[in-house]
Design a binder for this molecule. Sequence first.
Ligand code: HEC
Ligand code: HEC
Length: 299
Amino acid sequence: MQVKRKMLAAALAGLTMSSMFWGLAQQPATSAASPQQPDPQQEPPRRVGGFVPGQKRAPIDPAMVAKGKTLYGINCQACHGSDLRGGDLGGPNLLRSQVTLSDRDGELIVPIIQGGRQAQGMPAIGISIDDSKTVAAYVRSVIGMIGVQGTPPGEQKPLNIVTGNAHDGQTYFQATCARCHVSDLQGIAGRITDPKKLQETWLEGGMRSAQGPAATTTKATATATITPASGDTIQGTLIRMDDFLVTVRQPDGTVRSFRRDGDTPTVSVNDPLKAHKDLLSTYTDKQIHDVTAYLVTLK
Ligand code: HEC
Ligand code: HEC
C-alpha cells in the first residue's frame, strides 16, 4: 500500500477521542441547567437533566452521528474536550449547556459554530452549514445517550448499523478509496468486529478509535513544524490551527500557541489523514452505510 505510516510516541491525550460515545452513557449529566421558560408554541418544557430520548426529536441516523463525531474530533475537541465536558483550550462543558440541551435541529448550535460567539472567545469554525448540522446532531446524540440512563433494559434495542448495500459500497470504495487502500484493508472486519467501531474507524482513518482489544493500533496524527521569525523551530502534534492561531502539543506534553500574522511564523503541516478529513464532508448517509456494509465483508 502507498500509505505512509507515522507513529508518534507522544501522548496525544487531547487528540485521542476514544470511544467516548458509549462511555458517556455511564455518567449521567448533573442538572446544572436552569429551568426553561415555557413556550406556548412548543410542547411542554423538557425535564432538565432528564431527557426522554427520542421524544419530539426525529431519530438521528447513526451514519450522521458517526460523521458528526469525526467532525467534532477535528473541529471542536481541542476546546470542548473528547467527552464534551470542556478541553485544553478553554471551551465550556457542552453537556451542561442550555444551548445544546435546547437545540432541536441545529438552530441554536449552528449559528455559534458559524461565528456567533466570536466576541466571547469561540472563533468561527470554518465548516459548512451541513457539517455544522451534523456536528450538532452528534452533540445532541451524546446528550440523548445520557438520557437513556434510567430507562429499563429491553427498551434500548441495539441498532443494526449494517443497513447499506455492500455492492454499491464496493463500487464507491474502488472509485474513492482504492488509490490509497489497495489491499491493506483486507481482514479489517476480522480485526474490528464491531460494525459501529469499524464505521468510526474508516470515517476517522483509524485515529482515535484505538481502544480495547479489537482496537486498531493506527495513530496517524497531524504534526506541525513552526518556525518563528526569531528563535528555535518548534515541532509537535497539531491541536488546532486557524488564521490567527496555531496550537501544538510538544513531545514533552506542553501545549504552545503561536499567533499567526500572514506567513509569520512559518507553519508547515504534515497530516497523513488530510484526505480522510476532506472526504468526510462529501459523504452522504447512503455512502457511509454502503461503505460500512462493504468493509464488514472484508473478514
Ligand atoms: C478555539 C476554541 C473553540 C473551538 C475550536 C470551538 N469552541 Fe465552542 N466555545 C468556545 C468558547 C470559549 C465558548 C464560550 C463562548 C461564550 O462564553 O459564549 C464556546 C461556546 C460554545 C457553545 C455555547 C455553549 C453555551 O452554553 O453557551 C457551543 C454550543 C459550542 N461552543 C459548540 C462548539 C462546536 C460544536 C464546535 C466545533 C464545531 C466548537 N464549539 C469549537 C471555544 C471553542
Ligand atoms: C489519500 C489517501 C487516502 C484515501 C483516499 C483514503 N484513505 Fe483511508 N487512510 C489513509 C491513511 C494515511 C490512513 C492512516 C493509516 C495508516 O497510517 O496506515 C488511513 C486509514 C484508514 C483506515 C484505518 C485502517 C486501520 O488499519 O485501522 C480505514 C478503515 C480507512 N482508511 C478506510 C478508508 C476508506 C473507506 C476510504 C474511502 C472512503 C479511504 N480510507 C480513503 C489514506 C487514505
